[in-house]
Structure formats: C-alpha cells, structure tokens
Write a protein that binds this ligand. Structure first.
Ligand code: FES
Length: 170
C-alpha cells in the first residue's frame, strides 16, 4: 500500500467526487483506502483542490474514528473497553493482544501488519467483550480467542479475502 499519493491522483479523486453530497468524506475515504491513512500532503492537496480551509478538512479528518492521520497496519484490531466489556474481561483481551503483538494499544507493529486500538463502545454490549477486526465483529472474546484470531489473520496475510475469519474463530 503506497503511503503517499501524488497530486495528480488526488486530483482524480477530487474530480470524481466533485460536487457530490458528502464529497469531502468520500474523498477522504478514498485517499485512506489507497494509502491506509490520510497523509498531511494529501490533506493539503484536498484543501487546494476544494477551496475548503485546512481547519475544515482537518476537522472532518479528526472527527470520524474511521480516519487516521497516522499509518495503520494492514489489519485494524479494535478492542472495546466500554463499561460492559470492561467488566467482562476487556482489559485482559487488550493485554493479550499487546503481549502477542508486542505493541501497546494505539500502536502499529513494525511490519505494519497490525494496528491495535481501544474504543469505548461498539454497540453490542450484551455480547462483550467485543473485538472488531477489519470490520468483522467477535463476541465474548477471551485470551484463547485472541490467539485464534491472530493465528487466522497471520495465516491469511497477503490474501485479500478474509471472509472465513469470523467462522474460523467463533
Ligand atoms: S461496552 Fe463493549 S460493546 Fe458496548
């Protein structure tokens, strides 16, 4: 995944979404999909291309959790530490991911395979602890399940189709 985009590429994206409802969000989503995050240079190009202020563009980029201003790993692991998940063992789940990945929550592994983050509620409190991996949700996660999730992610690394992940780890 390229970490930078040239202005021509960004210009194409801007042209594609020009004038559409929610065009700024769509533009940022497409840049992030290509780069894995929103590089500062790209945001400045969006400012130049749209006539919006830098504050405006950064405001949108920082408001939505789905956007990242830092490079992320290929796999985004999100562990819920909201109250319901916390009392059901969420902290142990985070610690297990941290131990196995050798990073702290909020960090990305040096090989850029995994980013680990915490959130306050993923909206499925009764099934906690909840972990979201690249958009797939896992319920009642414990340390054994953490091991299975990582094993499956590592085995499919490099393959774009991870559709069997949830089934294999439930
Ligand atoms: S507290 Fe974890 S899903 Fe709500």
């Amino acid at each position: 995944m390229p970490e930078v985009m040239d202005r021509e590429e960004i210009g194409e994206i801007l042209e594609k979404h020009n004038g559409a409802r929610g065009s700024l969000i769509a533009t940022l989503e497409e840049i992030q999909a290509r780069c894995g995050y929103l590089p500062e240079e790209a945001l400045r190009a969006v400012v130049d291309g749209t006539g919006r202020s830098l504050v405006d563009v950064y405001g949108v980029a920082t408001f939505y959790r789905s956007f990242s201003l830092q490079p992320r790993g290929r796999h985004l692991i999100t562990v819920c530490l909201g109250t319901a998940c916390h009392v059901r063992g969420g902290p142990m789940v985070v610690e297990e991911f941290e131990r196995r990945l050798e990073i702290r929550a909020g960090e990305t592994t040096p090989d850029r395979e995994f980013t680990l983050q915490r959130v306050n509620c993923l909206g499925a409190c009764a099934l906690g602890p909840i972990v979201a991996v690249d958009g797939d949700y896992f319920s009642k996660v414990n340390t054994a399940k953490v091991k299975r999730i990582l094993k499956k992610l590592r085995s499919r690394s490099g393959r774009p189709d991870g559709s069997a992940l949830a089934a294999a780890t439930s």
